[in-house]
Design a protein around this ligand. Structure first.
Ligand SMILES: Cc1cc2nc3c(=O)[nH]c(=O)nc-3n(C[C@H](O)[C@H](O)[C@H](O)COP(=O)(O)OP(=O)(O)OC[C@H]3O[C@@H](n4cnc5c(N)ncnc54)[C@H](O)[C@@H]3O)c2cc1C
Length: 427
């Protein structure tokens, strides 16, 4: 079979440029695919799997290219790029959609907004639904809607044999189970997903408060209190960010780390959003906040502007993830080491909050702090080799919370939380 876009082999003209474009992270690993196929149809996806068998190559898959570690780049494999499979069909009455893996979060939410429908799409606009849904997917309004994979009702796949299967509760249920969280370990190429949709919250309102690092302990205690019994409609995100130049007048040098606590309320009325956010304003002045923006209406696309500025494209990222039931203060203290590295390995952000700086995120929403909280240190480093190496080493050495959180981890499974004890050092 011939492929409409042809195939690109290692060593051919255009190979290296394409390899780079397949990965969003500018921290590109030295891993080389033998063959790249960009499928435009399911028939081409089947043909690509069969071609890999013929050539005796392992198969790698890609949708949006947003894997932090560039999982799609596997030495000696045939890469099946599924980003062109990006059809969206919405059943308005049944509140269901079928969606190709190549559609992005931003395009999905944009299309659904016109129908007042919502889906727990991820926090960044350009992430592909293929990798996002397979990974589990912690997105907007996850407190109410749950992880995105819990809304997946069926998945169409091409198996390693080159056969097409549709897995749902009644057919191949084990395959559906695996598709809800296997992530880069998934053992088939997903070509379509069927998922439930929800009535979109009529209002989305955001409050944001910035604090100096000297307020760390106080802010951590405050966040722990807020997160305890947090209303499902509220998403709370403490972030270590780079200070904007506007804070210089307050004695905070541009680019130095500060703490930003953001809360997003998703509710049916403006009054409900205000009621959800009001408690955040109690006593916030005593914590010495630097800047604040309380209760701003933020439609989905505006939320994407904020997260897009925090995690800008074209930068080098080193990221690490873990789940922990540790108190926020322990995690904060460990993560602050990353942000206060000397010399700073992160370019200062001249204007916007953390626009070009580092982002260290503690996701306290999604599964609820009582069971477990997640820590995802991510870092944007300068575009030079020294920063790249330093960034990686630093994150490995200092970015990981070191104490009990390494010893007591919880693993999230679709359908429930299973807390597990892990031996020390195994994260
Ligand atoms: C800026 C940024 C923001 C993010 N924000 C969030 C967030 O808010 N919530 C969240 O949960 N995650 C978030 N993530 C993580 C993201 O969801 C995962 O990295 C996800 O795997 C990316 O999906 P992708 O299709 O874009 O990536 P890709 O790099 O294309 O895919 C990653 C891997 O997933 C597998 N895969 C992808 N598509 C298929 C397919 N169709 N069939 C079989 N296997 C496939 C492959 O092994 C592939 O190598 C974010 C990542 C970035 C870079």
């Amino acid at each position: 079979m011939t492929f409409r876009e042809g195939i690109v082999r290692r060593g051919e003209a255009g190979y290296e440029e394409l390899r780079r474009r397949l990965v969003r992270n500018a921290l590109l690993p030295a891993r080389y695919l033998e063959v790249i196929v960009r499928a435009q149809t399911i028939d081409e996806a089947i043909a690509a799997v069969r071609l890999a068998r013929e050539l005796g190559l392992q198969l790698a898959t890609r949708s949006g290219g947003h894997s932090w570690c560039a999982a799609a780049l596997r030495d000696g494999s045939l890469l099946l790029d599924l980003s062109r499979l990006n059809d969206l069909r919405v059943d308005l009455d049944g509140r269901r959609m079928t969606v190709g893996p190549g559609l992005t979060n931003g395009d999905l939410t944009g299309a659904l907004a016109g129908h007042d429908l919502g889906f727990p799409a991820g926090h960044c606009r350009d992430v592909g639904l293929g990798g996002y849904l397979l990974t589990g997917g912690l997105g907007w309004n996850a407190g109410t809607w749950g992880p995105a994979c819990h809304s997946v009702a069926a998945v169409e796949v091409v198996t390693a044999q080159g056969d097409v299967l549709v897995a749902d509760d009644r057919h191949h249920p084990g395959l559906l189970w695996a598709a809800r969280g296997a992530g880069p370990g998934f053992f088939a190429a997903a070509t379509n997903f069927e998922a439930r949709l929800y009535e979109a919250p009529r209002f989305t309102v955001t409050s944001s408060f910035a604090f100096p690092l000297s307020a760390l302990a106080d802010v951590a205690t405050w966040v722990a209190r807020l997160a305890d019994g947090l209303d499902r409609r509220l998403e709370l995100s403490p972030v270590f960010a780079s200070a904007p130049a506007s804070l210089a007048a307050l004695g905070i040098e541009a680019g130095r780390p500060i703490i930003v606590v953001t809360a997003v309320a998703f509710a049916g009325s403006r009054e409900d959003c205000d009621a959800l956010l009001a408690p955040l304003e109690d006593g916030v002045g005593r914590r010495g906040f630097l800047e604040s923006e309380a209760r701003r209406e933020t439609p989905q696309q505006a939320l994407y502007e904020v997260t897009g500025a925090r995690l800008p494209a074209g930068r080098q990222f080193a990221a690490d993830c873990l789940w922990s039931d540790e108190e926020p203060l322990v995690l904060f203290e460990a993560l602050v080491n990353v942000t206060s590295a000397e010399p700073p390995i992160v370019a200062p952000a001249p204007s916007a909050f953390s626009g070009e700086g580092q982002a260290v995120r503690l996701g306290l929403r999604g599964v609820g702090r009582r069971e477990c909280s997640g820590a995802q240190p991510g870092m944007a480093a300068r575009d030079d080799a020294g920063a790249r190496v330093a960034g990686r080493r630093l994150l490995r050495r200092r970015g990981r919370p070191r104490r009990a959180s390494e010893q007591r981890c919880a693993i999230v499974q679709p359908g429930g939380l299973a807390a597990s004890q892990r031996p020390e050092g195994q994260v």
